[in-house]
Ligand binder design. Structure first.
Ligand code: AMP
Ligand code: MG
Length: 490
């Protein structure tokens, strides 16, 4: 049993740990493994405020003890969650192999937050892993998840990174760290896949009821709650993937255990933002076949939703054939709904109001031009918003000039004005994204003990749609032709 804070808790923690009341097979009760010499590397004050927590009277030492897991907040009830999942298409039993859910914090304004330590030691689900995490990848998750949040994209968030004072062995010895992740829940498609193969046939129904009570209580009394849940998760994932496509985000490991029921982006491993537009962009070093490439993300989301639908079958109808038919009907709406969502998003990116029969060509022509000319995805839209970006010679290219003329003609339709278009474009086109080479640069400094570049970058990423004094420092696309890769050795 880990130690808990015994003094009166002035921080404002208030736990209501509902997950621990689920069937025993769904989690293991254990605490984080204490670490040698915890030190706070970064703490997210803005997020702690949103959670109505007050650490203003907490010393740095106590903060480090808390967010390393050495001293647990009062009322917590630590567990590792069990789940399964399709990894690169193959079904596997998984679970929190290096994470511990501390508990569910209820803020004073009545919001529920799952608090999880990532990198907190071995669990019964660790398989061959060491249960630990390295500083670089945890800071990487911190900066990218916060960047996503500030881009207005649903995501888990990062509250703190604490160095453990211990070494973790990867290809080389690295500094160990624990990330505190905050999520609306950690319920995944893979958690449902776990309950369906559980020995106790009631587990699926129990977990299903739990999930809708926690996330979507309004569907509880609907005619067919299981079908409603499938519809909601489908909608949420369509919106999420559309957002990813909008900002050129590539998740990298869209396994079913990395897809949430809440619609939040989860598990930032080998993810990255695309520089030059290339639909086949892959970042993960182990994704040899491009399964999780930029342009495959919608079809993979659909594939994952099929796996989700499969696990709901027994709850949809007693007649299996009928249940499959009903689930298939929902899944079959994916393509059309996604297409509509994507076109709406592209319309906004280009400031187009209303519909025009040639819009599809206009959009595809621009993407093809970007692809052929290796134009930077983010900066091309910045250029169209009259943003002064370096490296803009490419936009003098004849192909682009004539496309731009057509676009400007199209802009005039449907009572549009330049101001209206620009306003629309500015609301969806970021000026700055967490570019890979910049992320790597600031992580290198952070690893060497200098957090200033990391914090400067984080500051600019707080307002990605607004020009700030330092914005232009982060707008350069990667200059080398060398393919960027992120590794799973996180
Ligand atoms: P991820 O790629 O982060 O989605 O992780 C896939 C699975 O591997 C999950 O069950 C993780 O908990 C587990 N895992 C990843 N890294 C480690 C590690 N260092 N030790 C133990 N388990 C791990
Ligand atoms: Mg995962």
């Amino acid at each position: 049993m880990n130690k808990q804070h015994s003094h009166i808790d002035k921080v404002g923690w208030q736990f209501d740990n509902t997950y621990t009341k689920l069937p025993d097979s769904m989690f293991s009760k254990l605490g984080p493994t204490p670490v040698k010499a915890p030190k706070v590397v970064i703490f997210n004050h803005a997020l702690s405020k949103e959670m109505r927590l007050d650490f203003s009277n907490t010393s740095n030492e106590d903060l480090a003890l808390t967010f390393s897991g050495n001293l647990l907040p009062k009322g917590s009830n630590t567990i590792a969650q069990a789940y399964a999942g399709h990894q690169f298409g193959h079904f596997t039993m998984l679970g929190d192999g290096r994470a511990i859910v501390v508990g569910e914090h209820i803020s004073k304004n009545n919001k529920r937050f799952d608090i999880q330590f990532k990198g907190s030691g071995k669990t019964p689900y660790s398989r061959n892993g060491d249960g630990r995490a390295a500083l670089g990848p945890m800071l990487r998750e911190y900066i990218i998840s916060e960047a996503m949040h500030n881009l207005g994209i649903p995501t888990t968030r990062s509250l703190a990174v604490v160095k453990t004072g211990e070494t973790v062995m990867r290809e080389t010895p690295l500094q160990g760290a624990v990330l505190t992740r905050v999520a609306s829940s950690h319920i995944r498609v893979g958690t449902f896949q776990f309950t369906i193969i559980s020995k106790d046939k009631n587990d699926l129904k129990t977990f299903f009821d739990y999930t809708i009570e926690r996330h979507y209580p309004h569907i509880k009394n609907s005619k067919n709650p299981a079908i409603e849940l499938l519809k909601i998760v489908t909608e949420k994932q369509i919106l999420l993937i559309t957002d990813w496509m909008r900002v050129g985000f590539i998740h990298g490991v869209m396994n079913t255990d990395n897809m949430t029921i809440s619609g939040e982006t989860i598990d930032y491993g080998p993810c990255a933002f695309m520089d030059a537009y290339d639909p086949e962009t892959v970042f993960s070093s182990i994704d040899h076949h491009g399964r999780y490439a930029y342009f495959n993300q919608p079809s993979i989301a659909r594939w994952n939703l099929e796996r989700f639908a499969e696990s709901l079958i027994p709850l949809i109808d007693d007649n299996k054939d009928k249940a499959i038919e009903m689930a298939t009907e929902v899944i079959n709406t994916f393509a059309e709904k996604y297409k509509k969502s994507w076109f709406e998003m592209m319309h906004k990116k280009l400031g187009l109001l209303g519909d025009n029969s040639k819009d599809e060509y206009l959009i595809i022509d621009l993407l093809s031009w970007m692809h052929q000319n290796k134009a930077d995805y983010t900066n091309t839209f910045c250029f169209l918003m009259n943003e002064n970006i370096q490296e803009n010679k490419i936009y003098q290219n004849q192909g682009f000039v004539s496309w731009k003329q057509q676009w400007q003609e199209r802009l005039k339709l449907h009572n549009n004005s330049q101001e209206k278009s620009l306003k629309l474009m500015r609301s969806v086109n970021p000026l700055v994204i967490a570019r890979n080479h910049k992320v790597e640069e600031v992580l290198k400094e952070a690893n060497n003990g200098d957090l200033n570049p990391f914090n400067d970058f984080l500051k600019v990423l707080e307002k990605p749609y607004e020009k700030q004094t330092k914005t232009s420092n982060y707008q350069f696309p990667v200059l080398s032709e060398k393919k960027y890769q992120t590794f799973c050795g996180t």
